[in-house]
Ligand binder design. Structure first.
Ligand code: ATP
Ligand code: MG
Length: 461
């Protein structure tokens, strides 16, 4: 670009006609100018070159950064991808709600059921139904009212009435028996809840039915043992039995002897007083019959009461009796604490008789605390090993026993209660002594009484 400028300058110089000296001078000037221009051009070129170098360096730097950023982004991307995959895998592992429901319903031990509230048709039961009812789910769904036929006839009417009620209220809670096709009986407890539509109308009943046959059997066993206990508590044992027999029989026997002597006198009179004698003999027959009735009554009381000596765990006996006394204890607001040594030695005894002893002591404790106010009513039962075998203590926080009473409480027929007979402690002591143990009482601190007994260790049989 600078060349036309030089040419035009030369043309201007020649055209003005200046002298040679001037031409020379001018040439020098021109030369200097050309040099300057060249230098300028060179500088420009250099500048351009340097600029292009800087540009190239920048481009390189940019490229490096782009590569670095790309690497970074790729790494981030991979991480992200990994996370997404993981989430998807986790999501795949969680079943959807319906699947979840089926997994649950297929594996629970109870029957999960659903029925139409209006028609009472069963519309769903889980597989546990087959196990418990002994028939197939399909057979029930084919005949959706046929569950009624499985209900025990004694429970059916009540069941159906309550089911009708449940169709209105949505609340259902029934214990009932079913008869399985093989004839066996199972107890079920079924609890239902309402399912309502958007208008809040009840249109389905759903619920859970649980097999409670084992619980019912345990309850039955408990009831039987309660009845056995009640019978046992009527039994007059050992020393007290002898006392009561002699008391009850001595009276008619004495009367028979007295009347017999009188009869003899009337018959030896001259003439014999036959009328008086006949009346006296009639009285003797009556008294003899009475004695016989007393013996029969005692025999009945004793029926099946021969002691059954077995090795026993006294802790078990304590627990059984507490279960029997639970209602009374709760009703009286009594707190029961048990400290039962797990290693308490087994003893030799009769389970029913030992239950009777424990029940007598617990009943006395309950009676003694019935008037207590302003302090905790507490019954403490403690079992532990003892040099004589096992030691069982029953402690209450009741009214306590004063020293005068303490002398007499084990006497037969000693009682301070309006309704008492006064035989509980004397019978209990007889039982424990007959089993080779001891029973005694002491005041408890700060309140109440403590009754305790030992029993010898039962020989391994
Ligand atoms: N834990 C106790 N605290 C205070 N007094 C007691 C306690 N246990 C027994 N007694 C006293 O001993 C008496 C005799 O008790 P026992 O059990 O022999 O007969 P009872 O309880 O009166 O009548 P039952 O023949 O019905 O048992 C009781 O009337 C009571 O006065
Ligand atoms: Mg008593």
């Amino acid at each position: 670009m600078h060349r036309p400028v030089v040419a035009s300058s030369g043309f201007v110089l020649f055209a003005t006609g200046v002298d040679l000296f001037h031409v020379t001078t001018i040439s020098q000037v021109v030369a200097v100018g050309i040099g300057a221009v060249s230098l300028l051009a060179l500088g420009l070129a250099l500048f351009m070159y340097l600029a292009s170098l800087r540009l190239a360096a920048r481009a390189k730097e940019l490229e490096r950064r782009v590569v670095a950023r790309t690497t970074e982004l790729t790494a981030v991307n991979e991480k992200l991808l990994k996370k997404i995959n993981e989430r998807q895998a986790a999501k795949d592992a969680i079943p959807d709600p319906e699947e979840k429901f089926h997994q649950l319903a297929d594996h629970i031990q109870e029957i999960f059921w659903m029925m139409d509230a209006a028609t009472k048709h069963v519309i769903y039961v889980n597989p546990a139904f087959e196990q418990i009812a002994g028939r197939t789910v399909a057979s029930l769904l084919d005949a959706p009212l046929s569950y009624r036929e499985n209900i025990h006839p004694d429970d059916r009417v009540r069941f159906l009435i309550n089911l009708d009620e449940a169709a209105k209220t949505g609340v259902f809670d029934e214990e009932f028996r079913i008869i399985r096709p093989d004839g066996s009986i199972r107890w079920l407890r079924s609890r239902g809840f309402p399912i309502r539509d958007q208008q809040k109308n009840l249109y389905r009943l759903a619920g859970i039915a649980q097999d409670i046959t084992d619980r019912k059997a345990a309850e039955q066993a408990l009831r039987e043992s309660q009845a056995e206990l009640a019978r046992a508590s009527r039994i007059v044992t050992m020393g007290e039995l002898a006392a009561s027999i002699s008391h009850e029989i001595r009276q008619p026997l004495t009367a028979i002897v007295a009347t017999g002597s009188a009869t003899l006198r009337w018959l030896t009179q001259q003439p014999p007083n036959v009328d008086e004698a006949r009346e006296a003999v009639t009285g003797m027959v009556r008294d003899a019959n009475h004695a016989s009735a007393v013996i029969e009554k005692i025999r009945e009381l004793l029926k099946g009461s021969s002691p059954q000596l077995r090795r026993l765990n006294v802790n078990e006996v304590v627990r059984e009796v507490l279960a029997v006394a639970a209602n009374d204890l709760v009703r009286e607001g009594i707190v029961v604490r048990t400290v039962l040594a797990p290693d308490v030695p087994s003893v030799l005894g009769d389970r029913v008789l030992l239950q009777q002893v424990m029940l007598n002591l617990i009943t006395n404790g309950i009676d003694a605390m019935s008037m207590v106010t302003g302090r905790l009513r507490e019954l403490l039962i403690h079992s532990t090993g003892h040099p004589d075998g096992a030691l069982i203590q029953v402690q209450d926080s009741g009214k306590g026993i004063d020293s005068e009473q303490m002398q007499r409480i084990f006497e037969p027929f000693f009682t301070t209660k309006a309704e008492g007979i006064g035989l509980g402690l004397s019978i209990s002591r007889s039982i424990i002594e007959a089993l080779g143990g001891r029973l005694w009482a002491a005041p408890a601190s700060p309140h109440g009484a403590i009754f305790q007994f030992t029993l010898p260790v039962g020989e391994a049989s």
